[in-house]
Write a protein that binds this ligand. Structure first.
Ligand code: XMP
Length: 504
C-alpha cells in the first residue's frame, strides 16, 4: 500500500506510537530514517518525530530540508522535529534550564486549524531539554503552556511544530491535534484492513505463482494469520508444526484441529523424545533455551527439504528494529543463532514476509477479516521454548505433566469465570522444591505450583491481576485434589520489573 503519511524517525521513544496513532485515524503511515527521506515517494503529509539528541549538538540528525520543501505537503514537527524546523526556518534553539518531563497545560491561542475543537486548557505531555529561543520573523505562536512559553508554532502555511507529544494518552487532546493536522493532508484517509488485505492477496498471488511456500506454524496469532493469508492467496502452502512436547495440555491436537476447521492441513512433526533427550540433566536456563532453539531449527530444516519459498511472520516492529539496528538478523523471529540458512534464502529473494507492514493489533484485525476464530486470535502469548521456561531447573516428563495439568485447570477456570480475556497472560508454573505436606496419615514431600496472571501492554512492564479469592481458591483446591505431585499452590504477586513475566 502506498504510504500516505511519512513519519521521520529521529530516534524518539514514541516514534512507533505516532505511526500507530496515525493508522488508527485511517491513514497509512510508515516510519523512515531521516537519510531515507527520498524513499518516501509522494506522501500526503510528513511528521518529524521527537528524539533524544539536541539539535545544536554536532552530528545531530538532520533532514534534507530543500527536498522536504519540494514535497509541498503539510509538515508537523514534534519536539526534536519542531526544534529542527525552527532552525531550518532561521530561528534558534537553546538548552532549557532544566529538563522538562511530564504533564503541562496547553493553552491554544487560536482554536482553528491545528487546534480546532480543543479546550481552553488541556493536559499535554512534555519530554525535552531544548527549547526554541528565537522565533523567525513571521512565525505564529499557536499555543502556550501555563507559563506563557510558546509550545506550538506555525512558521508558514502548512508548517507546524509542537513541543509536546500528541501521540501519548497523557496528552488528553493529542488525538484531536493529530486528526486536525491529518485533515490538512493532501488525501483523505484510506487505510482500512479489508482493502489492505485485498491488495496483499493480489500481490502474493503475483509474487508466488505456482511455487510451494513453506512456513512454520505454532498456533500463535502471527503464524496462523500468515498461513491462512497464503492459503487465501491460492498458494500451495506447506505449514510445518514442530511439536517439541513443551506445549500445554492437548495443545498440539487443538492446533491441528483448528487449522483443519479452516481447511488447512498442517504437518505435525512429533519430536517430543528428541527434545526430552536433549534437555536431560540440563538446569541452566540459558543452556535450556539454546538447546531448544537449536534443535527446533534443526528439525524445521530437516523437514523442510527443497524450499522454493519460505514465509515468515515478521511484524512491523521487527522491521523497525532491524532498520534502526542495521541488522537483518534481528528480523528473523526464530532464534538468534542458526540464521544463516534464512539469510541465504533472503539473498536469493526467496523469503516472503507478508505481515511486515503491520502492528500486532492490525494482524488480529486482518485475521478477523479472514474469518479466523476469535479464540485463535486472542490467545494469551506463549513463549517459544514453551513450558520449559515454566519449569525452572531440569525438565522431566513428570514435571511437564504436573505443570500441564495445573495450567489447564487454571485456564479453564479463568474462562469459566469470564477472566481469560480480561488478563493479558496467565499460566501455571512449577516450583521445583519439595515442601512438606500431609496426605492421608503420611507426610508428603511434593512440589509447589505458582499461578500468575498479568496485565501488560507490550510485555516490557507488567502488573499482577487482582483475581477474586474465590477463583483462586477454587483453582487451588482443584489442583491439590487432582494433580498428583503437588501439595501447595501460590499466587504470584510480583510486578515486572523487577520480576519478569515467565519464571525463567
Ligand atoms: P518475560 O518473562 O521476559 O516475558 O517477562 C515477556 C513476554 O515474552 C514471552 N517470552 C517469550 N516468547 N520466546 C518467545 O517467543 C521466548 O523465549 C520467550 N521468553 C518469554 C513471555 O511469555 C511474555 O509474554
Amino acid at each position: 500500500m502506498q504510504v500516505q503519511i511519512a513519519v521521520i524517525d529521529f530516534g524518539g521513544q514514541y516514534s512507533q506510537l505516532i505511526v500507530r496513532r496515525v493508522r488508527e485515524l485511517g491513514y497509512f503511515a510508515k516510519l523512515f530514517l531521516p537519510k531515507d527521506l527520498r524513499e518516501v515517494g509522494r506522501p500526503a503529509a510528513v511528521i518529524l518525530s521527537g528524539g533524544p539528541r539536541s539539535v545544536s549538538e554536532e552530528s545531530a540528525p538532520d533532514i534534507d530540508f530543500p527536498y522536504l520543501e519540494s514535497l509541498e505537503v503539510p509538515v508537523l514537527g514534534i519536539c526534536y522535529g519542531m526544534q529542527l524546523l525552527n532552525l531550518k526556518h532561521g530561528g534558534q534553539v537553546s538548552p532549557c534550564h532544566s529538563r522538562e518531563y511530564g504533564p503541562a497545560q496547553l493553552r491554544p491561542c487560536e482554536k482553528n486549524g491545528l487546534f480546532a475543537g480543543l479546550s481552553e486548557s488541556s493536559q499535554i505531555w512534555m519530554s525535552h531539554s531544548d527549547t526554541v529561543s528565537h522565533l523567525p520573523e513571521g512565525t505564529a505562536v499557536l499555543g502556550e503552556n501555563q507559563e506563557g512559553v510558546p509550545v506550538a508554532l506555525r512558521w508558514r502555511e502548512g508548517w507546524f511544530g509542537i513541543q509536546f507529544h500528541p501521540e501519548v494518552t497523557h496528552s488528553h487532546e493529542g488525538t484531536q491535534v493529530l486528526q486536525n493536522f491529518l485533515a490538512m493532508a493532501k488525501e483523505p484517509p484510506r487505510f482500512e484492513i479489508q482493502s489492505f488485505r485485498d491488495e496483499m492477496i493480489a500481490d502474493l498471488k503475483e509474487r508466488i505463482g505456482d511455487r510451494e511456500v513453506i512456513c512454520g506454524v505454532s498456533g500463535g496469532v502471527d503464524s496462523t494469520v500468515l498461513a491462512v493469508l497464503l492459503k487465501r492467496a491460492g498458494a500451495k502452502v506447506r505449514p510445518i508444526f514442530v511439536d517439541h512436547g513443551l506445549l500445554r495440555k492437548d495443545e498440539g491436537d487443538e492446533v491441528v484441529a483448528n487449522f483443519r476447521e479452516m481447511g488447512i492441513e498442517i504437518e505435525r512433526v512429533n519430536v517430543r523424545e528428541r527434545f526430552l533427550d536433549r534437555l536431560a540433566g540440563i538446569d541452566e536456563p540459558e543452556e535450556k533455551r539454546r538447546r531448544i532453539g537449536d534443535l527446533f531449527i534443526d528439525v524445521f530444516w530437516e523437514t523442510a527439504q527443497n524450499v522454493q519459498l519460505l514465509a515468515q511472520g515478521t511484524l512491523y516492529p521487527d522491521v523497525i528494529e532491524s532498520a534502526t539496528s542495521g541488522s537483518d538478523a534481528s528480523r528473523i523471529k526464530t532464534h538468534h543463532n542458526r540464521v544463516d540458512r534464512i539469510l541465504e534464502l533472503q539473498k536469493e529473494g526467496r523469503v516472503i514476509e507478508p505481515l511486515a507492514e503491520l502492528f500486532k493489533d492490525e494482524v488480529r484485525a486482518l485475521g478477523k477479516s479472514l474469518d479466523i476464530p476469535h479464540r485463535m486470535l486472542y490467545r494469551h502469548p506463549f513463549p517459544g521454548p514453551g513450558l520449559a521456561v515454566r519449569v525452572p531447573g531440569e525438565i522431566t516428563e513428570d514435571r511437564l505433566r504436573i505443570v500441564r495439568e495445573a495450567d489447564a485447570i487454571f485456564i479453564d477456570n479463568l474462562r469459566k469465570h469470564g477472566w481469560y480475556d480480561r488478563v493479558w497472560q496467565a499460566y501455571a508454573a512449577l516450583i521445583p522444591v519439595n515442601t512438606v505436606g500431609v496426605k492421608g496419615d503420611e507426610r508428603s514431600y511434593e512440589y509447589a505450583i505458582s499461578l500468575r496472571a498479568v496485565i501488560s501492554e507490550d510485555a516490557m512492564t507488567a502488573d499482577w491481576v487482582e483475581l477474586p479469592y474465590s477463583l483462586l481458591g477454587e483453582t487451588s483446591n482443584a489442583i491439590l485434589n487432582s494433580v498428583p505431585g503437588v501439595n501447595r499452590v501460590f499466587y504470584d504477586i510480583s510486578t515486572k520489573p523487577p520480576a519478569s513475566i515467565e519464571l525463567e
